[in-house]
Every structure is written in C-alpha cells, then in structure tokens.
Ligand binder design. Structure first.
Ligand SMILES: C[S@@+](CC[C@H](N)C(=O)[O-])C[C@H]1O[C@@H](n2cnc3c(N)ncnc32)[C@H](O)[C@@H]1O
Length: 334
C-alpha cells in the first residue's frame, strides 16, 4: 500500500488490510466499510490517517492492486468448498460479522437453544458451562458415537474445549499438548469447572508411545482460516507457504495416530479451516497411501460433505448467531 509507510503501526496495517478484504470481497457498501473501519481506528487514535487512506483508496479503486495487499485466494478457496449460491451470498453479506458467543453446558439444560447443551453467552458464564463456538460443539456432537471405546486420547488437546465436551459425554480422556501456555489455559478451565482430566505436556510427534488406542482425536494445528468471522486478521496474515507447512504436520500427525490405533479403532481428524490443503487434500493423501483406512459417512444436516470429509454449513446456525467453519473426517483402521 503506497499510502502508508514503515512507521505505520502494525495493527493499523492489519486493520487496513481487513478493510481492503471487505472492500474487495464482501457485498457491504463501500461507505459502510470505511465508516466502520474509521470507527474502530478511534480506539488507536489513528482515525484521521485511516480515513485519509481509505478515502484515497476509494478514489482510486481501479488502480489499486488488491491482490498484492490481501490474501487473494480467500474467495477462491471458499468458493471451491461452498458451491451453493445461498451459502456464498450469506458468507459475503455477513463477512467479518462475529458469530454470537455460546456457552456449552456440561449437563443437559432445559433452557438450551440447541442440542440440550448450547446456550447463548450473556454477560457471565454459568457455573457448569464453558465457552465454545457452536461449530466446534457440532463437530464433536456429530462424531462421538463412532467411538466404541470410551478411553480416548486427545493428542492436540489444549485449551481443552473438545476434551471437556467429550468427558461430559461420558469419555475418559487422556489429553496431551506440547504448549505449556495452552495447557495453563486448559488447567484454568478445569479448575473453574471443578473437573479433572489427565493432561500432560508432550510433543505428540516426538513421544514414543508403547500403548495402542481404540479412540483417537486429532484436532490438528492449522491456519485457523475457518474462524475468519471471529478473527478477520487470519485472512490477512495468511501465508500460502505456511499452509503447506501445516499440511505436512497434519499428515505426520495422522500417520502417527494411525500407527497408534488398533485395528477396528477410530481416529477423528478436525481442523478449523476450509482450505483444501488442510482438509480434503490431507485426507486424500492419507487414503491413497494407507489402504487399511476406511472413511465413514456422518449422519448430519448441519454439515456439507466434500470428498472424504464434512464442513460445517455456515447456514446451519445462521438464525441463532452463526458459527465458525470446521472440517471433520472419521477414519477407521481396518
Ligand atoms: C486447534 S488447537 C487444539 C484445540 C483443542 N483441541 C480444543 O478443542 O480446545 C491445536 C493444538 O495443538 C497443539 N500442538 C501443536 N503441535 C503439537 C505437537 N507436536 N504435539 C502436541 N500438541 C501440539 C497446539 O499447542 C494447540 O494447542
């Protein structure tokens, strides 16, 4: 962007890039994008600069090389996964509008607005509840019945949303994660909820496991592109070479999980991304190489099937506040 220089604060550059993404991809009127961005920039006392830059951009829209300043594949990859016009219209009409915050109850709750467990988060979290996106809840809700053995290892577990939900559904979870920071958050959640889960600081890719398992959850590290509504900055900080790196790690983690799985055991792969590299392509590569893997169909009206996995349908929770996009695939070792 020639309108800014090296001295422009990083958060203002990110804000401007988010604004450019909206100008380029969303169906929101340009003046509204500019007004909203200027409003946010007041928090950083940079409203004059942001206003001047954006007005300048609008005067020169034909000359701006948007692709140079934003993630140009954002729309391309989204459109590849969501071919339905109504889904795309909804995504681009509501681009970067934050989904409502939800709280998930550890026990069935008569006031739940979805699936006996999901409640809207008002000002305070209820005592026996934890905060989670409804899409995050739904991926577990739709797959947990595949696991026949309730002793489950969650190999990328912190800060613990999925482990806690699984434990509340009757599982005995052994949780591992390599990040102490994330584990600290997990432990805070456990102590607030007054529940116990065995969580250990382990690098899953380095540790040699002697035991085998029947139930494995792999909620792998990823670009987090599927959280773009909640965290618009993921779309401007994305770097295609980083996505390739994620893919490599995701495949290594899947292969290690398969080694640790008993025949007849189930491995569930989840990422909060819609990028093909991290989702359908990963599963494709796994099943091409490992002929002893069977992919299972999920019974769901909240997700859309693409090749060997399912994506949360952004329209599913539209009327109760929206959701992030997750990908899930259920693998059985045969
Ligand atoms: C998507 S997050 C998991 C979120 C968690 N399952 C939940 O529902 O709250 C991915 C996690 O993988 C962890 N991670 C990344 N590489 C790892 C490795 N080699 N071994 C173990 N954990 C790893 C990260 O620290 C991060 O906490």
């Amino acid at each position: 962007m020639k309108y800014i220089n090296d001295k422009t604060p990083k958060n203002i550059v990110t804000l401007l890039k988010i604004s450019l993404t909206l100008l380029y991809f969303s169906s929101k009127p340009h003046y509204a994008v500019v007004n909203d961005t200027v409003e946010i920039s007041k928090d950083f006392k940079k409203e004059k600069l942001v206003n001047a830059v954006l007005r300048n951009i609008l005067r020169n829209t034909n000359k701006i090389k948007y692709e140079k300043n934003i993630y140009p594949n954002f729309k391309k990859v989204l459109d590849k996964i969501f071919s339905s016009k109504s889904i795309r219209d909804y995504i681009y009409e509501t681009l970067f509008i934050k989904p409502k915050n939800y709280q998930i109850s550890l026990i069935d709750n008569k006031d739940a607005l979805y699936s006996k467990r999901v409640l809207i988060l008002e000002k305070k979290i209820n005592k026996k509840c934890f905060v989670q996106d409804i899409g995050n809840f739904e991926v577990i809700n739709s797959i947990y019945k595949f696991y026949k053995d309730k002793n489950l290892i969650d190999v990328c577990a912190a800060p613990g949303g999925k482990s806690i939900l699984l434990q509340s559904l009757g599982f005995n979870v052994f949780a591992i994660d390599k990040s102490q920071n994330q584990i600290n958050k997990f432990e805070e959640n456990l102590s607030r909820l007054n529940i116990k889960i065995n969580i250990q600081k382990i690098d899953f890719l380095k540790k040699k496991f002697t035991d085998k398992f029947n139930s494995i959850l792999l909620d792998a590290p990823c670009s987090a592109l599927g959280t773009f509504r909640r965290n618009p900055d993921v779309t401007v900080k994305i770097d295609p070479s980083q996505i390739k790196k994620h893919q490599k790690t995701q495949i290594q983690m899947l292969e290690k999980s398969l080694k640790m799985l008993n025949n007849g055991g189930f491995l569930v792969y989840i990422v909060c991304s819609f990028h093909p590299f991290e989702t359908i392509d990963v599963i494709d590569k796994i099943i091409q190489k490992h002929k002893n893997v069977k992919i299972h169909s999920i019974e769901t009206d909240k997700m859309i099937k693409r090749q060997n996995g399912y994506f949360i349908n952004p329209l599913s929770f539209k009327d109760i506040g929206g959701s992030d996009i997750f990908f899930v695939s259920v693998l059985e070792k045969i």
